[in-house]
Ligand binder design. Structure first.
Ligand code: F6P
Length: 402
């Protein structure tokens, strides 16, 4: 009797760690007595024409630390179901029928779909059509609901942080303002995390409305303290103060974002008459080897995706709820984008350090102390008084110095 089979494909924009998932799934499958088939160019390889390769421990050896995907990928193409219930685009029933036939004819027990929001939305429609799928969340944007981290994100922020480290030294030498534009689509995770890790002075993200006045205020404030250079990190999807995002409309697809960095840099230079330069990191964030964290996460995702197939948990997606790898219905992951919480702990910490998000709140530097004071005051049912807040701030500062 022929062996049981598992299929795998990588779909959408690539990111570091895809090969680690493939390797993890292949090794796990073989250990458990399954053959593994890898479909080429994402969902496209599933039908008309069907294109796949047999994956073995032998031909996947050495790919753990390789960027990209040995299976190739397609962003959009014929299989585009977009995100969210409201935006849902129904896949062509002929395509769905064709895919089902391929899966049946090849004797595939379960298909592992590795992808971001759009690709998992396709997997969800496969599931509803009775095609046995499980999902693995991938994207450098880290914007999928139901998982704390997607693999690829850590590698992307590593790249952006490195870029900021490099910009830092040249900015300081030339006393310039450096604007770094990073990816992330409608979520500011890359800008926020890289901005914190790379010592950004201003971080502009889609989730927090900002103004040029506040950005310039922060730069001048630094100058008044003798810091004659500044690093501004801007997410490609951040909205301009006058409204609207910067990018190009694509027919039948989501807009291609990009270009805000240059606009922000020009406006800063116009207002402050300081030399301001822009760097756009672009696809460098998606290329290259995965970080250690992404290798571990991707490997676990690959292994646990096979487990889901074995357990017949179709329509589910592996997810990371630290410290455990768990699973959730795919629909939970694709219904809603996970954006940065404007008052979340990472934003709060950055503000506490004096990082500006280009909004007024950035001026309130003693936020943590204020909230402690507020809590204490609420507990005692008294009003917070400003001096109490200041005393606490001073006490905290002294403690930090000692
Ligand atoms: O979703 C990942 C991502 O890299 C986004 O951050 C970016 O906006 C987009 O893909 C770029 O897509 P493409 O490679 O198709 O230009």
């Amino acid at each position: 009797m022929s062996k049981k089979r598992i299929g795998i494909l990588t779909s959408g924009g690539d990111c570091p760690g895809l090969n680690a998932v493939i390797r993890g799934a292949v090794k796990t499958s073989e250990q458990l007595g399954y053959e593994c088939i890898g479909f080429l160019k994402g969902y496209e390889g599933l039908y008309d024409p069907v294109r796949y390769i047999n994956l073995t421990q032998k031909n996947t050896a050495g790919i753990l630390n390789q960027g990209g995907t040995i299976l190739g990928s397609t962003n959009k193409g014929r299989f585009a179901a977009t995100v969210g219930v409201a935006d849902r685009v129904e896949l062509d029933p002929e395509l769905l029928d064709g895919v089902k036939t391929t899966i049946n004819q090849l004797g595939i027990e379960g298909l592992v779909c590795v992808g971001g929001d759009g690709s998992l939305a396709v997997a969800q429609q496969f599931h509803e059509f009775g095609i046995p799928v499980v999902g693995v969340p991938k994207t450098i944007d880290n914007d999928l609901s139901a998982t704390a981290f997607t693999f690829g994100f850590d590698s992307a922020i590593d790249c952006a942080t490195n870029a900021l480290d490099r910009l830092h030294t040249t900015a300081a030498s030339h006393e310039r303002i450096m604007v770094l534009e990073v990816m992330g689509r409608h979520a500011g995770w890359i800008a926020l995390h890289a901005g914190i890790a790379g010592g950004g002075d201003v971080i502009l993200i889609p989730e927090i409305p900002w103004t040029y006045e506040d950005v310039c205020h922060k730069i001048l404030d630094r100058e008044s303290k003798g810091k004659r250079f500044s690093l501004v990190v801007v997410a490609e999807g951040a909205e301009l103060p006058q409204g609207g995002r910067v990018g190009e409309a694509q027919s039948g697809a989501q807009e291609r974002l990009g270009g805000i960095g240059q606009i922000v840099a020009e406006e800063i230079e116009r207002r402050l008459h300081r030399e301001t330069r822009t760097s756009v990191l672009g696809h460098l964030q998606r290329g290259g080897a995965p970080t250690t964290f992404d290798r571990v996460l991707a490997t676990q995702y690959g292994a646990h995706a096979v487990r889901l197939v074995l357990e017949g948990r179709f329509g589910e997606m592996v997810c990371y709820h630290p410290p455990e790898i768990e699973s959730v219905p795919i629909i939970e992951a694709v219904n809603q984008l996970r954006q940065v919480e404007p008052n979340g702990s990472a934003v709060q910490a950055a503000r506490a350090l004096g990082v500006s998000f280009g909004d007024h709140t950035s001026d309130e530097s003693v936020f943590a102390v204020q909230s402690t004071a507020t809590e204490a005051a609420t507990a005692k049912d008294v009003e917070v008084d400003a001096e109490f807040v200041l005393d606490l701030a001073e006490a905290a500062a002294e403690e930090a110095m000692s």
